[in-house]
Design a protein around this ligand. Structure first.
Ligand code: ADP
Ligand code: ASP
Ligand code: MG
Length: 448
């Protein structure tokens, strides 16, 4: 294991010149920080995703591209040497212009990735220059030389062995000499096509990079001083957690706590790399340490919320006392690469939710071809406007637990409860319109 630290800065942390300068101070304060992973400037990925969805009106496209250019230009104007970054930024504005015109004729996941990657590719030019102007010997590295993925555009799967080999070849040697600034969220397949890891993927990139160089620590710098008992934007009394286990934090991330991309902790766990989450706006406030072993194991640790759930209920009398039905259902879903999240079954029906965390966003849809195939087996009902609430904690198998939780949920219409599969979580669906209220109420009853 090296003594390197990998520090990742999210979109709000690199939103503008002042924000990037605060990050520079954080980097300066720790001489072990050798690798800096950056998101796109705040708001840029959303604008790029909109362009990638195919905007037909050229004027409308120009307005969106103008907004992207203005966000970066405002930073350029505060540099001592703007000319050092002007050409590469103009190049990416050209790429965005032609790719969004192409998307207005025909959209594709591949084109979306090519387009949205421009956010990180631009922010890292600016971030590197800001570090240089503060006297830090920084170099920008294009992570596509190293972060090899498959070609599942929009939610590409990292190829760990290749990543490690390429890191040894291209990345490790330069980290010994300089502070390397690179892009989160993006990678490349073995043909050199740009891919992305799904929205919020920079956390995951940083963890993969930390794993590949055998980093001593991973820092995730964001806009809140650590992981809270629930999203502080939903429950104002949510409190920061000083220390949390990998298991609990993984459950939180998996079940929608936006603070970490769901896959972030896998590489860190594999290598036993401690992870710190803190605020780049207020580093002095400290943050959360995520470790393999922690001292506390409270019954209730946190609440997570994930919107845009799609529930599919399959119903068939044939399922009664027969075998092979579920296998057939999953065979169809697997064939179409649909990932299932939650599942509950009864004698003659099965309900499941579809997972979706790819770059194009929105609620997952059951593709018509899958719907048709499933219908040849059973009746199919699809429901939207649902949200998933997960309660994360420890020893969830203890008696009396469910009573406490569902007692607090008396006034809410609770759907599809999953309880018992993990000792660390209990989750259920509610109507999206009442989800925030349900979180606030549960937080009040169980945490405050
Ligand atoms: P970044 O751009 O730095 O990756 P994100 O917006 O992706 O930041 O994640 C940070 C946000 O996650 C916070 O502003 C907060 O609203 C949200 N969040 C959701 N759940 C939690 C939680 N349990 N603790 C802290 N923040 C949370
Ligand atoms: N810029 C990407 C997004 O907004 C990745 C990230 O910030 O983690 O989803
Ligand atoms: Mg994020």
């Amino acid at each position: 294991m090296s003594t390197f630290n990998v520090a990742k800065f999210g979109g709000t942390s690199v939103a503008d010149f002042a924000a990037m300068s605060r990050c520079a101070t954080i980097i300066e304060s720790n001489p072990h920080t050798k690798l800096v992973v950056s998101s796109a400037c705040s708001g840029v990925t959303n604008l790029l995703v909109t362009l990638a969805s195919g905007i037909e009106n050229p004027q409308e496209r120009a307005t969106l591209i103008g907004k992207i250019a203005a966000i970066h230009q405002a930073i350029v104007e505060q540099l001592n040497d703007p000319s050092s970054v002007e050409d590469p930024l103009l190049h990416f504005i050209d790429v965005i212009t032609s790719a969004s015109e192409a998307a207005s004729y025909q959209t594709s996941q591949k084109l979306t990735d090519h387009l949205v990657a421009c956010g990180e590719l631009m922010s890292t030019h600016l971030f590197t220059q800001i570090l240089r102007e503060r006297g830090i010997d920084a170099i920008r590295f294009d992570i596509r030389h190293m972060l090899r993925t498959d070609d599942n555009f929009g939610k590409a799967e990292p190829q760990l062995e290749e990543i490690r080999r390429l890191a040894d070849e291209h990345l490790v040697p330069i980290c010994q000499q300089q502070v390397v600034v690179t892009q989160g969220f993006i990678g490349a397949d073995n043909q050199g096509n740009t891919t992305t890891l799904g929205r919020g993927g920079s956390d995951y990139s940083a963890a993969l990079i930390a794993e590949s160089v055998g980093a001593a620590g991973l820092e995730i710098w964001t806009d809140v001083p650590g992981i809270y008992s629930t999203d502080p934007r939903i429950a104002p009394n949510a409190a920061p957690i000083a220390e949390i286990s990998f298991n609990e934090a993984s459950e939180m991330a998996n079940f929608g706590a936006k603070i970490l991309h769901p896959s972030t902790l896998l590489p860190a766990l594999r290598q036993g790399i401690p992870v710190f989450v803190g605020s780049s706006k207020a580093p002095e406030k400290g943050g959360t340490w995520i470790r393999k072993q922690v001292d506390s194991a409270p019954q209730f640790r946190a609440l997570a919320l994930r919107d845009n759930q799609t529930m599919v209920t399959l119903h068939s009398e044939k399922m009664f006392q027969s075998y092979g039905f579920l296998a057939k259902v999953f065979e169809i879903l697997a064939k179409h690469k649909l990932s299932v999240d939650l599942i509950t079954t009864s004698e003659i029906s099965v309900s499941l939710t579809l997972d979706k965390t790819d770059t194009s966003g929105g609620a997952p849809e059951l593709p018509p071809a899958v719907h048709e195939e499933l219908q040849s087996l059973c009746s199919v009902k699809v429901e939207h406007h649902l949200s998933l609430i997960a309660l994360i904690g420890n020893h969830m198998d203890n008696q009396g637990y469910a009573k406490k939780v569902f007692g607090a949920l008396d006034d809410f219409n609770v759907r599809m409860i999953c309880y018992g599969a993990s000792e660390h979580n209990l989750c259920f669906l509610v109507d999206s319109s009442s989800a925030k209220q349900a979180i606030q109420h549960l937080h009040e009853q169980l945490f405050e």
